[in-house]
Ligand binder design. Structure first.
Ligand code: COA
Length: 436
């Protein structure tokens, strides 16, 4: 009986995840050693199932081992610097052959499951150039991805496959790092998740040292961590074979990918277990949006004004000058990524035990990602920390958003005296209140 209950619970879990992930984009980087593994057909079947469940999947097959093999067979030796291959121009035909071979193998594996996959030249590359005197030849870096074309392909229900080769404007081919390609793609396509299906064993402790904040499970598996914990993990475990992947996972999660999963591709079924169960099977780096919230500093003010400008013209927000913001600097929190502000909100303490929420604004390009809600949550916390018992705000157009977040209708009589004196009757704003 309990067996049946467990199975039913599992089925419910799967349905809940399937519902949540439908229509979302997942990027998969697959090591070529995994493509040659006896469990590879299982991965192909599971990728096909994910695709059929409505997840938009994008594949980046690695080709490192295949490239080594082909170059070796033709007697061409290449060197690596810091783990990056130097690609002499004369090696490019062989590198292309190996990269496209890996892509074709992936396509063939999916064809067996009725999936239409397409291999495309969607990546513009540029030379990596000469770094500290070392000329990387035809080793390139991703310059740009033709996102529109990839999205069209996804919209038509195809699975795009990206070989680790890109072309510059003149059409010359460059050898790309598949890890870098997968991370750039995940960012560019707004992917929810990126998976690294590696040929390495899972990350466990022992042997690896565990910094504070990293969660491990009873069996020693390193379960999950934030990008900053991942950075710490790498620095205290310099011999970790997945260092570069973990670094890339952290980078992806700092750039709007929700989660990066590092998996042992030698284990059949690992993909489905990771996608559809709470504990998964690998190591996950997750984007901690709260890490991006911080008090505003003076250098944020131009960015904040920029976000507010169109809202002020539409009379959604009251006008503020740089001087106003400098004066009220300590009241503002911002949501910033790579030093660029994408959202802001302020809590202005009043003479009584209340505080006003104001200046809530999110960059429209980052709308509906929960940034506004997180800023508001942060202000609630700030208000509690500062001992305020009541919050109020004035709004002309955004009442519904606040009402859905715990505010209720109030009136001008709820405003503290000094705020009432400054109440601009011509705006006729609604007053919303929330007791803490
Ligand atoms: C209101 C605002 C801060 C929301 O920021 P956000 O980061 O996009 O919000 P979240 O992602 O946390 O929430 C998104 C949800 O709010 C809803 N929403 C967004 N703007 C809304 C509005 N003006 N009225 C009602 N609901 C709104 C979205 O439809 C979405 O709903 P869903 O969760 O059901 O899909 C943002 O739209 C904004 O900057 N608006 C202009 C400035 C403004 O009105 N500020 C308040 C003046 S005091």
């Amino acid at each position: 009986m309990s067996d049946i209950r467990e199975q039913v619970d599992l089925i419910r879990e799967v349905f809940a995840y399937a519902d949540r992930f439908r229509g979302q984009t997942f990027v998969f980087k697959i090591d070529d050693q995994v493509l040659g593994h006896p469990d590879a057909p299982q991965h192909a079947r599971d990728l096909a199932l994910l695709h059929k469940s409505g997840i938009r999947i994008v594949l980046v097959p690695g080709a490192q081992e295949r490239i080594d093999e082909v170059l070796h067979r033709f007697g061409v030796e290449t060197q690596h610097v810091d783990g990056v291959r130097i690609s002499p121009p004369e090696s490019m035909d062989l590198i292309k052959m190996a990269a496209f071979d890996a892509a074709h193998r992936t396509m063939t594996a999916l064809s067996g499951h009725g999936i239409t996959a397409v291999i495309g030249n969607w990546v513009r590359a540029r030379t990596r150039g000469v770094i500290q005197g070392c000329d990387f030849g035809r080793t390139g870096t991703v310059d740009r991805i033709r996102v529109d074309a990839v999205l069209r392909s996804l919209d038509q229900g195809h699975v795009p496959i990206f070989p680790c080769v890109g072309h510059n404007e003149a059409g010359d081919p460059f050898n790309l790092s598949s890890d870098e390609l997968a991370i750039t793609l995940a960012r560019a396509l707004g992917a929810k998740k990126i998976f690294f299906l590696t040929h390495h064993d899972g990350i466990t402790s022992p042997p690896w040292e565990i910094p504070e904040g990293v969660e491990i499970l009873d069996d020693g598996r390193v379960f999950r961590m934030t990008p900053s914990c991942a950075q710490e993990f790498i620095s205290i475990n310099p011999n970790l074979p997945q260092r570069r992947i973990l670094k890339g996972a952290a980078e992806a999660c700092r750039n709007n990918v929700d989660r990066a999963h590092i998996l042992d591709g030698k284990v059949g079924g690992v993909l489905l277990k990771e996608v559809f169960s709470n504990l998964g099977m690998g190591t996950m780096v997750y984007s901690d949006a709260y890490e991006r919230l911080r008090p505003m500093v003076s250098s944020d003010i131009p960015g904040v004004l920029e976000i507010m400008r169109p809202l002020v013209s539409e009379k959604v927000l009251v006008p503020r000058t740089a001087e106003d913001l400098e004066r009220d600097k300590n009241d503002f929190w911002v949501y910033a990524m790579d030093g660029v502000v994408h959202g802001c909100a302020a809590l202005h303490p009043q003479e009584d035990d209340s505080a006003e929420i104001a200046g809530v604004a999110v960059d429209p390009q980052y709308a509906q990602l929960g940034i506004g809600a997180k800023l508001l949550e942060r202000l609630f916390q700030k208000a509690r920390d500062e001992g305020h018992r009541k919050l109020f705000l004035l709004t002309t157009r955004t009442a519904d958003w606040f009402l859905a977040r715990g505010f209720s209708e109030g009136s001008v009589a709820d405003l503290p005296a000094s705020r009432l004196a400054r109440y601009n009757a011509s705006r006729n704003s609604r007053v919303l209140i929330k007791n803490l």
